[in-house]
Each structure stands twice: as structure tokens, then as C-alpha cells.
Design a protein around this ligand. Structure first.
Ligand code: ADP
Length: 191
């Protein structure tokens, strides 16, 4: 069972790659962003709690996402493994994940960092917003987007060092085309 993290800024291609690995290898994509958006669409208490925070591009409280992930990774449908996409997003979440795994006598196999030029991100997200059927994401506007990038640089980017120290980090050039990125990840994971 493979336990992976795909790490990178908004627009790096984490979701696209995670979906491919789900299709090809049955690794379940666990996207906290998708789960939170589903809660908002369902109109649940949790959704109402996070709606405004997400719309402005801030992080939702750690206990919310840690709770969601703890519950999800314990489900029996996860057989081949999972890919965490969008979690952890800061050091506190990474530490909570370490504890979660440790208490299950488990550990991460790899953290795949998708490295992309800062200048390319804005264009990628604008393209995604324009291509989205049924309306763009509420946080794909210029203001929320620059907030998301700022939050990434301040809070999430330090995880590169965090996992680098633990010897599980593998870096991929996310500026290559989608197939090349997939291939490089497959090679790194020996799939
Ligand atoms: P992207 O990576 O393109 O910014 P996501 O779908 O991963 O988009 O996340 C969208 C929003 O969901 C984030 O800006 C944040 O508000 C919230 N979110 C997702 N994952 C987390 C997390 N692990 N911790 C806190 N907030 C999160």
C-alpha cells in the first residue's frame, strides 16, 4: 500500500497527476479542496463554516482538515494506497499527519514535489478557470489567487524542507508536459 503526498503551489498540476495515478494504479486521490467544496455544495455545517474562508483564499482551520483526513484514510476502500492532494498545507498539519500515521504504525512512502515557475502559475489557473464547465471556482479570481499563492509561499513551501530532512522528498519538474510529468513520477516511485 502506497502512501503519497503531492506537494506544490496552486496550478502545479497535483490534481491532474493524482487523478492519473488513481486511474492507473487505484491509488485514491484525497483532495482536501475537493472534499471541502463538496461540503459547501451539500450545504452542511462544515461547508458553511469554511465557505467564506475558502472564497478569499485563506486556509481553513487545521482541526477541520486534519479531522477529514483522519477519518478518510481509515476507510476500507483504500486498498492500493492514497495520494494526499492539498494536505498537509502547513507544518502543524504535517505534524498531525505524522502522529496519525505513527499511531497506525504506518509511514509515508514518498512526497512528490511538483516544482513550477512562479510566473507560469497565474496563466495556468486562468486557463483552468476559463475551461471549467459550470462556472469558475469562487477562489479562482485575481484577488483570492494572489492570496493563495502568498499563503503557499509562507505556510506550505516550508514543507519542502520538512520532508527533505526526513528523506522522503522527490522533486519533479512540473513545467514538462503532463505525460512527461506522469512518467517521471512513475519512474521515481518505481511503478
Ligand atoms: P489549490 O491548490 O488550487 O489552491 P485546493 O482545491 O487544494 O486548491 O484548495 C482550495 C482551498 O481549500 C484553499 O485555498 C483552502 O482555503 C482550502 N484548503 C484545502 N486544503 C486545505 C488544507 N489542508 N488546510 C487548510 N485549508 C485547505
Amino acid at each position: 500500500m502506497k502512501k503519497l503526498i503531492f506537494l506544490g503551489p496552486p496550478g502545479a498540476g497535483k490534481g491532474t497527476q493524482a487523478q492519473r495515478f488513481q486511474e492507473r494504479y487505484g491509488l485514491v486521490q484525497l483532495s482536501t479542496g475537493d472534499m471541502l467544496r463538496a461540503a459547501i455544495n451539500a450545504g452542511s455545517d462544515l461547508g458553511n463554516k469554511v465557505k467564506d474562508i475558502m472564497a478569499r483564499g485563506d486556509l481553513v482551520p487545521d482541526d477541520v482538515v486534519v479531522g477529514i483526513i483522519a477519518e478518510r484514510i481509515a476507510q476500507p476502500d483504500i486498498k492500493a494506497g492514497y495520494i494526499l492532494d492539498g494536505f498537509p498545507r502547513n507544518v502543524a498539519q504535517a505534524e498531525a499527519l505524522d502522529e496519525m500515521l505513527c499511531s497506525r504504525n504506518d509511514r509515508l512512502d514518498a512526497v512528490i514535489e511538483l516544482r513550477v515557475d512562479k510566473g507560469a502559475l497565474l496563466g495556468r489557473i486562468e486557463t483552468r478557470a476559463a475551461a471549467t464547465v459550470g462556472g469558475a471556482r469562487e477562489d479562482d479570481n485575481a484577488e483570492a489567487l494572489s492570496k493563495r499563492l502568498e499563503v503557499y509561499n509562507a505556510q506550505t513551501a516550508p514543507l519542502v524542507e520538512y520532508y527533505g530532512h526526513r528523506g522522503v522528498l522527490k522533486t519533479v519538474d512540473g513545467m514538462q508536459d503532463i505525460d512527461q510529468v506522469t512518467h517521471q513520477i512513475e519512474t521515481l516511485l518505481e511503478l
